[in-house]
Design a protein around this ligand. Structure first.
Ligand code: ZN
Length: 346
């Protein structure tokens, strides 16, 4: 039996099992070890290694400010691989050894990209010297960013299997909330041990902030913290961070709001330079961008959360580009993994 037939057969088996499990009177007949399986569309073909390398290269050579056909083609190639990777497979990759991870990266374009973009970020983070009146951003994954100012490097919501490698290069770490797509325990633990501040509303350390509002000063950054809702059940679950990156940056203000869902709760104290919202948590991003916050630049985030099932809350590149279009504002961009964005106060 060839691979395509095997895949089709296992897909129809999963489809059959899903039907059985969804039918209460038949549940007793389902094999006990089988849970509701994620279905992979058998018509989607994993990109070859050659296609993957070409797509990744195109991602790095193009810019979020200009979604050329080359970049869009590359997103389609990576998306095919995203659409074939089950959440459980991603979880197991995340926990795997370096050797096992490398094998997966050979075979799956999305994991090759996730790993290679981390190398890119690490190298550029080490080499980049930030000019005065500027701040440099790197997009890591989901809502994870590294923010380098002329004086400090700030990490926010970093989720990556290699996150702990960032430790020597960061001055402090911010975590918006206690959902695993927004932090990596190995990095948080290592930073805490190394006495690097890890600020969150849930990690039990010297830097925990449980109040509704607070101002922190770390180095020459001043951070306004405010707790807001994630959804109607998770009230005040998310801490937003309004970071004034200090005088050398030109007092550049970065506003990372994690999975904040209510535009009326977003009340920054200063004009915002760079706004980082979740594009699909119910937040009215067009209103925030065009009417209330009016940032100079918006980095729409939270696509391709691979810990979510293929057909559930794993927003695609296409979804992201649609969200950009809805904002009808050319200061709104969709960064991809590994993207470097230089922001200068003009
Ligand atoms: Zn999230």
């Amino acid at each position: 039996m060839n691979e395509a037939n095997k895949e089709r057969l296992s897909w129809s088996r999963r489809h059959f099992l899903r039907t059985i499990l969804a039918t209460p009177c038949l549940c007793a007949f389902a094999p006990s070890a089988i849970s509701l399986a994620e279905e992979v569309d058998p018509s989607i073909v994993e990109p070859s290694a050659e296609e993957a390398v070409k797509a990744i290269d195109a991602m790095y050579r193009t810019s979020a400010f200009n979604a050329t056909s080359e970049r869009l083609d590359a997103t389609r190639t990576i998306q095919r691989s995203v659409d074939r990777l089950r959440a459980a497979e991603f979880d197991s990759y995340f926990k795997s050894s370096r050797e096992d991870a490398a094998k997966e990266e050979e075979n799956r374009a999305v994991l090759r990209y996730l790993n290679s973009s981390f190398d890119k970020v690490l190298n550029e983070l080490k080499e980049t010297k930030v000019d005065d009146n500027s701040v440099v951003f790197w997009h890591v994954y989901n809502m994870g960013y590294l923010i380098k100012t002329p004086t400090q490097t700030i990490a926010v919501d970093i989720r990556h299997r290699r996150a702990a490698e960032l430790l020597p290069y960061i001055d402090f770490l911010l975590v918006t909330h206690n959902h695993r797509d927004h932090f990596t325990s190995s990095l948080c633990d290592a930073a805490t041990l190394a006495k690097i501040p890890v600020v969150s509303n849930f990690l039990q350390n010297d830097w925990i902030v449980e109040e509704n509002e607070r101002t922190l000063e770390i180095g020459d950054s001043t951070i306004q913290l405010k707790r807001v809702d994630h959804n109607k059940n998770l009230i005040k679950f998310v801490t937003t961070f309004e970071i004034n990156c200090g005088p050398r940056s030109g007092d550049c203000v970065v506003y990372h709001v994690g999975d904040a869902c209510d535009v009326n709760q977003l009340t920054p104290k200063e004009p915002v330079d760079v706004f980082i919202p979740h594009l699909a948590v119910g937040l009215n991003v067009p209103k925030a961008v065009n009417e209330t916050i009016k940032p100079k630049l918006t980095l729409l985030s939270h696509i391709l959360e691979l810990g979510h099932q293929i057909d559930k809350w794993r927003w695609s590149y296409d979804y992201g580009y649609n969200a950009v279009r809805k904002c009808a504002n050319d200061t709104v961009i969709l960064p991809v993994w590994g993207e470097k964005i230089v922001y200068s106060r003009g």
